[in-house]
Design a protein around this ligand. Structure first.
Ligand code: PEP
Ligand code: MN
Length: 682
């Protein structure tokens, strides 16, 4: 090969040599820009011809060619590989954005909500995320992460940037909790390289500084540097950019701030010292969240974020993780946070490489749902880990040699069954679900008895009912606080005041409680204290309510709608399961038929039919079926005989004075007799 032409320095003076270098750098930049344009054109072509978006063979052969050329130029192959890995990564990210389009074809402007002001790292991360997307962004500065999330939920912003973790200071708990409790979907991620600088005003210098303003996280990440300044006071600030803006407005040369170089530019501050972080490599990972999930083109390498809880059974987490291993899905992150309502139970946040739309991911998720108590997919999104592929460069071998491609060969995800539901079906999960709440098991071989008044009427009444229930052997206490009544003039319940009484009675008698949630807006608050959430017959097809309790980590008792077929009922259960909550049990409470001698007709056949069709536990409520206390005991016995997993019975210390459903309520003695019969001692 011909010797490459060396550039002859025309003049040996340092200035002109530098000029020469600048000229070369300009050319390199122009060529890089040109290369990006060509790369975009390749992306369009790949999209048109449906070619895979990342072509490992092509990347390897490109690198091999570069290394060979490097040798010809007497350049270090390591240097050249390093540079071209970066160029390839940039090209891949450019093509990825091209493929994905903006937020799946969204508009050309986007309002981005973030915690902080201009010049904050969140803003810089937003700029990085949108850099190669054909979108104009405008910022909505918020005081708290929760405000940014709520701005998206309520349509004031299109996306929010939420920092979830930093490589130096770790996970950001507040954001994890927010992800679980908001309805937002993750549509992207940004790994932003944080480079903290010490900023001062025009006249300040390192030795004049007496105090430093900074975000607590930023201060932690710069603790080594700050430790060397023992006489300097550190003042905590809500966000980094804000501390920069503040010192600018104070204009005191003895006060400095920790912020980005970008903030210095924006606020006209001076950089007193660069790179003051403990670690040179310091990254913050932001999640980009929107109201709706996006679907990611299967050609794009993607990542999925998931939140789940598994309970405390030994090996439960291992069991869940094994489902990913079975499907060859790499986990890239696992973080745990205590559940808010159940402090000793952990919620696990998990990221894995893969796309929810792919069959093997669906299979893994089906498997996860079989063990987990709660599973919610936060979203699939294009991965920013444009990790250099694990290259196996054979620099002399023939690159034309065909490579063995991973054929997949995985079975397709279990389809929606003929009946139309999936998660609730026995086909999806063969073993029966057993729900554990406060030491009581619902499902499996145990027979659970839930008892208590139709409505909580006073503390004395619910205490007396609870004492009777407990003494007779019931293990869960019921009581209506919000009473959806057929007539608006009937007693509507004591609301949250009643709930407090029920909680107290449950606590005193050591029984978990169940109460009906009347509407979606009550779910969050009632989940704080009610161990089980009841969905009443009249609400069985209130799909918003079903999805909302599906997002709670409390078990749900789903009563059958009075005119609902088993199929409709199981579809209703499917709504709850699909929203994440896997702890659902069914309650047969009688249906509307032409027969008028009972309040409803107890459909005893529903129990064995459901046990065939679903893995979810089924209990029987003889009280609302009968409408008459004399029929409650025989119907309860029938429920037990057909294999129900338990009963729910209305009892009252003085049924004659009950404010609702007195006619069907057993008094405490009658309930005691019923329990003796149920236990085979009557
Ligand atoms: C109840 O159990 O409190 C109740 C109101 O029952 P249903 O929803 O079955 O009518
Ligand atoms: Mn009732």
């Amino acid at each position: 090969m011909e010797e490459p032409k060396e550039r002859e320095p025309v003049d040996q003076s340092i200035d002109s040599l530098r000029e020469n270098v600048d000229g070369i750098d300009d050319q390199i930049l122009a060529l890089l820009a040109e290369r990006r344009r060509v790369s975009s054109a390749i992306a369009s072509e790949k999209q048109r011809t449906k070619r895979p978006f990342r072509d490992e063979d092509r990347e390897n052969s490109l690198l091999t060619k570069r290394v060979e050329a490097a040798r010809d130029h007497d350049l270090d192959p390591g240097l050249v590989i390093g540079i071209w890995e970066q160029i390839i990564a940039d090209s891949v990210s450019l093509q990825q954005d091209h493929f994905q389009g903006l937020l799946n074809g969204g508009g050309s402007t986007a309002v981005v909500a973030l915690q902080g002001i201009e010049g904050s790292y969140s803003q810089l991360a937003a700029e990085q995320f949108f850099r190669d997307k054909p979108v104009e962004i405008s910022l909505l500065a918020c005081t708290r992460f929760a405000d940014a999330a709520s701005a998206v939920e309520h349509g004031r912003a299109d996306v929010a940037m939420l920092p979830v973790e930093n490589t130096t200071s770790g996970g950001i708990a507040e954001v994890y909790d927010l992800l679980l409790h908001s309805r937002l979907a993750v549509i992207g991620e940004v790994k932003y390289r944080v480079q903290h600088c010490l900023l001062g005003t025009e006249d300040s210098s390192l030795d004049t500084i007496k105090s430093i303003y900074g975000h607590p996280q930023a201060a932690t990440q710069c603790s080594d540097f700050l430790g060397e300044l023992p006489d300097v006071e550190v003042v905590f600030f809500g966000d980094t950019a804000m501390s920069g803006r503040r010192i600018k407005s104070i204009g005191d040369p003895t006060i400095a701030a920790i912020a980005s170089e970008e903030a210095a530019r924006r606020f006209g501050l001076k950089v007193l010292k660069r790179a003051i972080g403990n670690r040179k490599e310091n990254y913050t990972r932001f999640l980009v969240v929107a109201r709706d999930p996006i679907s990611v083109d299967p050609q794009i390498p993607s990542k999925t974020s998931l939140v789940l809880s598994v309970g405390n059974a030994p090996g439960a987490l291992l069991e869940v993780l094994a489902r990913f291993k079975e499907q060859d899905i790499p986990l890239v992150k696992l973080e745990s946070r205590p559940t808010i309502d159940n402090p000793w139970e952990e919620m696990f946040y998990l990221d894995f490489d893969g796309n929810v739309s792919s069959p093997h991911v669906q299979l893994a998720l089906d498997g996860v749902r079989r063990t987990a108590k709660f599973v919610r997919v936060l979203g699939s999104y294009p991965s920013q880990d444009l990790r250099p592929q694990k290259r196996n460069l054979n620099l002399t071998a023939d690159l034309e040699r065909p490579r063995v491609k991973h054929a997949g060969g995985k079975p397709a995800a279990s389809p929606v069954t003929a009946s139309g539901y999936r998660l609730a079906s026995r086909e999806q999960k063969e073993e029966s679900t057993v729900i554990e709440v406060g030491g009581v098991k619902i499902g499996g071989d145990d027979f659970v008895v839930i008892a208590g008044p139709c409505a909580v009427e006073s503390l004395e009444q619910v205490m007396a009912a609870a004492a009777g229930a407990k003494a007779a052997g019931a293990t869960i206490l019921r009581g209506g606080c919000f009473k959806p009544r057929t007539s608006p003039y009937s007693f509507q319940g004591l609301g949250y005041e009643g709930l407090e009484m029920l909680v107290e009675a449950g606590r005193v008698h050591g029984m978990p409680i169940v109460t009906e949630v009347p509407a979606p807006e009550h779910v969050e608050r009632m989940s704080e204290t009610s161990d089980i959430l009841q969905i009443g017959a009249r609400n069985m097809q209130n799909f918003t309510l079903l999805s909302e309790v599906g997002r709670s980590s409390r078990p749900v008792m789903l009563k059958r709608g009075m005119s609902a077929s088993l199929d409709e009922w199981l579809h209703a259960a499917e709504y709850i399961l699909d929203a994440g909550n896997q702890q659902v049990f069914l309650c047969e409470r009688g249906i509307r038929t032409f027969e008028t001698s009972t309040r409803n007709t107890l459909d005893v056949a529903a129990v064995p039919v459901l046990k065939q069709r679903t893995h979810l536990p089924v209990i029987v409520d003889p009280s609302h079926a009968a409408g008459d206390r004399h029929l409650v005991t025989p119907l309860a016995m029938a429920g037990q005989a057909v294999g129900a997993h338990g009963l729910m019975v209305e009892i009252h210390p003085n049924p004659a004075e009950a404010l609702s459903d007195g006619a069907q309520s057993l008094d405490l003695d009658d309930f005691d007799d019923l329990m003796a019969l149920i236990n085979g001692k009557g």
